[in-house]
Design a protein around this ligand. Structure first.
Ligand SMILES: [Zn+2]
Length: 443
């Protein structure tokens, strides 16, 4: 007697990302109760299971949903607003002034659009650090996405909090609001060691420890950060954070572009996680994070998009490609950071960075966070190696189906339960009004 299950998804290639990095040709996955019940050859799975619904995807790659470990979702409102500028001018004359005008509704709309974008390119989970974080959590929930969300704590006033104490109160509210949620988790999020005092960072770390939660912040992103830190504290950024008690297995540092051997040894010894954002680092000319060296030392590295103001896409296919190219180019070694390393960073390692052990792999017992890429587009033909195709040939536009916890959240351009044309209009009007432009009522 076949075992009843909720869904069966079949595809010409099932890329499991399991310990053996197995790819099953003509494979299928059985899903029940939001989790993977079985994976294997399609004929075996079809004989063993009686699904309520079948998704026969044909010539396609079924793979784990991608994990974006560093985002500011609502910044999609600022996509393309101020490109190709020096960082200080970009921040002080464009981003900070427009961020000061943000309100909860703006963050909600920007975050909804970011979630929509991510689901449409196979991203099923993201970590977000921004203002009015409860709105980002709500947006992710509305679209059925998985997310780890933190309220940005800074020492100067933000649109959502006048003081760091207020931002920490918002963080505590977020922990109570999201406790027990099946897909959403709260984290503590500070901007950076240069925008938060030692006392603030220590308070953040203490709250994260109390909640058993992730603590994420930007670190060693810009060229001058280490020199500035040495003037202020006598230490480089990473040793300073270490001495403050910030680093550890539950700490996720974004960027880590300017880290030396000793810094990387500290990251490895403390099991601190790193969010690598190659496109943001390249666009802002921050530099190339020494990721191959970090991986060699055993540091867990995930991939992040950063915000759409510094990227400008929430697309991990673009990040995988960029990461591979960046590390080959900067090392002069074409074997550096191969396609499999990029795919690992976007799946299993991303899951490890966020402390979610049961995503990023297609194996029985794991959550059914999955995505399917069609192989029928010209850029995907022929197929010699699915991993190579994903890292170097796919754009993300091949995504035809995305599921979170076994629920369809995006399929062939449609989001169940979302009036996407209406969202697009609202986002357009909000972005125009934030940018202070007239004509919000015109198409
Ligand atoms: Zn960032």
């Amino acid at each position: 007697m076949p075992i009843p299950c909720d869904r069966l998804v079949a595809a010409s290639h099932v890329l499991t990302q399991n310990a053996a990095r197995l790819v099953v040709e003509d494979g299928a996955v059985a899903i029940t109760g939001g989790r993977i019940a079985a994976v294997g050859p399609r004929l075996d799975i079809a004989a063993a299971y009686a699904p309520k619904e079948v998704h026969a995807m044909g010539e396609a790659i079924l793979m784990p949903g991608l994990v974006n470990v560093h985002a500011h979702a609502a910044m999609t409102l600022f996509r393309g607003l101020a490109d190709d500028l020096p960082v200080s001018q970009w921040l002080t004359q464009h981003i900070w002034p427009i961020e000061a005008r943000l309100d909860p509704q703006a963050v909600r709309l920007g975050a909804l659009m970011a979630c929509a974008e991510m689901l449409s390119v196979g991203v099923t989970c993201f970590a977000d650090l921004y203002f009015f974080a409860a709105q980002t959590a709500q947006a992710a929930d509305d679209l059925g996405m998985r997310a780890v969300v933190g309220e940005g704590v800074l020492d100067f006033p933000t649109p959502s909090a006048k003081t760091p104490a207020q931002a920490l109160d918002l963080s505590r509210d977020l922990f109570s609001r999201l406790r027990g949620h099946p897909r959403l988790t709260a984290m503590v999020a500070a901007h950076s060691p240069y925008a938060a005092s030692d006392e603030t960072l220590a308070a953040c770390a203490a709250l994260a420890r109390k909640e058993g939660a992730l603590f994420s912040l930007h670190a060693a992103e810009g060229v001058t950060e280490n020199a500035d830190s040495e003037v202020k504290t006598g230490k480089r950024v990473i040793p300073h954070l270490h001495d403050l008690g910030v680093l550890g297995p539950e700490c996720l540092l974004a960027h880590c572009v300017h880290v030396d051997e000793a810094d990387m040894d500290i990251l490895a010894a403390t099991q601190t996680k790193v969010a690598h954002c190659p496109r943001s680092n390249a666009k802002l000319a921050s530099g190339a994070a020494p990721v191959p060296a970090m991986l060699a030392k055993g540091v867990a590295v995930g991939l992040g998009t950063d915000g759409a103001a510094s990227n400008n896409a929430m697309n991990l296919f673009a990040e995988m490609d960029a990461a591979c190219l960046l590390h080959k180019l900067t090392s002069g070694d074409p074997t550096a950071f191969p396609a499999q390393a990029a795919l690992d960073a976007a799946t299993v390692s991303g899951a490890a960075c966020l402390g979610i052990p049961d995503i990023g792999v297609i194996e029985p017992g794991y959550l059914a966070d999955l995505t399917v890429l069609s192989l029928t587009r010209p850029n995907m033909a022929p197929l010699h190696d699915p991993v190579s195709q994903i890292a170097y040939a796919a754009s993300g536009a091949e995504t035809v189906l995305t599921m979170v916890a076994g629920e369809v959240v995006w399929q062939n351009g449609r989001f169940p339960g979302l009036d996407y044309p209406a969202l697009r209009r609202e986002v357009r009007d909000m972005a125009r009004s934030l940018a202070g432009r007239p004509g919000a009522d015109r198409a």
